[in-house]
Design a protein around this ligand. Structure first.
Ligand code: NAI
Length: 413
């Protein structure tokens, strides 16, 4: 390798990872196993000033939900190449600013799918046996020994609203326990096992002994379980919500539970949730013995934490090693094969007409052959990856950087 070309392609030991907020140790293992040795870890989130300082010279940063990567932090990060959110949400990152700076942001949206599905199964059993009331009574010295209203889940009908990652996983487990599974989704979905689709929410509600919600927060899911939808549920049925707090009209649910029209509910997510464990939880559902209330822990398991660590660390390593951006939340998505003996050149640019032409002209002028070329754009940013069969690429990198729309360039040897 020519010394001058080292400016463009860093040796792995010089690539710096910063992992904040006590990320699960599996992340470090994945990064080390890929040959990266410069990994700094901190247990807590940093103040803005400390964060700006800590980000200097760092190529990859891993955060959880408490680190605010706002525009100022992104500007302070002089070498930042990609961000890993070791969690589900990415609200803590200024995604547009990161995009404009040519920095892809990764997360692990589905690492806790199984955890939510398992909790929902447990809640179906608990609700159908009337455990919340019996448990609450026992804590007060009561003794509700009775089979009245208690049923097995076998043979009962589960209605799943939102048949995505969690909904479909729940359907499979429920079916293996003998439940009949119905689902309703706005998209056409392949039914797994013996699950049956229903083409309207009303049709699903009318047939379900228990309804479990697994839709995203979106304008059309807000208040999806409105007073009239709750009224359309079967008398004596149960509602489970471990999706988003905006999906259910909580006051209408309270009325339906208090009147006995619904037999019970399990609610994990709320329109207003405390910001931390020090905050006070308030809800109209407090005090109803037939309701299981949990503090948004549907996906909170050790396994999910570990899955998140492996998934996000792998995405950072893959981007560093071969430029793949698949599943980045703010960036053109390119899934790339290994580049073998060729040099891989990455060009991130503002999405303007003529950039690809300018890039190709640079190659043409140098009489260099492009073995493979990948292009993807997303909003304001374009991402071109080229594999080149030549060792003499340092001038080329300089010329690519001079194209006016360029945000950044990178080369892998
Ligand atoms: P997903 O994106 O895989 O599936 C969502 C499904 O809902 C999709 O199939 C979509 O087509 C469907 N959908 C969208 N709008 C709909 C509508 N109006 N009616 C019917 N179906 C509709 O999402 P995933 O991973 O299954 O997550 C589902 C929900 O669970 C999300 O709200 C997510 O935020 C939440 N969640 C909650 C956790 C917790 O700790 N309680 C943990 C993980 C996820």
């Amino acid at each position: 390798m020519h010394n001058s070309e080292r400016n463009y392609s860093l040796d792995k030991e010089k690539i710096k990872f910063l992992l904040l907020e006590g990320i699960h140790p599996r992340a470090r293992q994945v990064i080390e196993a890929a040959g990266y040795t410069s990994i700094v870890e901190q247990t807590g989130a940093l103040t803005p000033e400390a964060l700006h300082e800590a980000l200097k010279g760092v190529h990859f940063v891993g955060i959880r939900s408490r680190t605010q990567l706002d525009a100022a932090a992104i500007n302070a990060a002089d070498r930042l190449t990609a961000v890993g959110c070791f969690c589900i949400g990415t609200n803590q990152v200024d995604l547009q600013n990161a995009q404009h700076a040519g920095i892809p942001v990764f997360n692990a949206p589905f690492a806790n799918t199984r955890s939510v599905a398992e909790l929902s199964i447990a809640e179906i059993i608990m609700l159908m046996r009337g455990i919340p009331e019996k448990n609450a009574a026992a804590h007060r010295g009561g003794w509700l020994k009775s089979a009245t209203g208690s049923t097995e889940i076998r043979g009962k009908t589960l209605g799943i609203v939102g048949y995505g990652h969690i909904g479909s996983q729940l359907g499979i487990i429920a079916e293996s326990m003998g439940m009949r599974v119905l689902f309703q989704d706005v998209e056409s979905k392949l039914p797994l096992g013996n699950a049956e689709a229903r083409d309207s929410l009303e049709a699903l509600l009318a047939e379900s002994d228990v309804v479990s919600l697994h839709v995203p927060d979106a304008p059309d899911t807000r208040n999806l379980m409105s007073a009239s939808a709750i009224a359309a549920m079967r008398a004596g049925s149960y509602l489970i919500n471990a999706s988003r707090g905006t999906v259910v009209d909580i006051d209408a649910l309270r009325d339906a539970l208090a009147s006995g029209r619904l037999a019970g509910a399990a609610i994990d997510v709320f329109p207003r949730e405390p910001k931390s464990n020090a905050g006070r939880f308030e809800s109209p559902l407090i005090g109803l013995d037939n309701v299981i209330l949990t503090p948004h822990i549907g996906g909170s398991t050790l396994e999910a934490q570990e899955n998140i660590a492996v998934e996000v660390a792998s995405k950072l390593v893959r981007y560093s090693d071969n430029g793949t951006t698949a599943s980045a939340v703010n960036f053109p998505q390119v899934s790339l094969p290994d580049h073998g003996d060729t040099r891989r050149i990455m060009h991130i640019h503002r999405n303007e007409p003529g950039v690809l032409q300018s890039i190709n002209k640079v190659f043409f002028d140098k009489a260099l052959n492009i073995a493979a070329q990948y292009l993807q754009t997303d909003g304001d940013v374009g991402y071109v990856v080229m594999d080149v069969e030549s060792d003499h690429v340092s001038d080329l990198m300089g010329d690519l950087a001079k194209i006016p729309a360029t945000i950044r360039t990178r080369i892998l040897h």
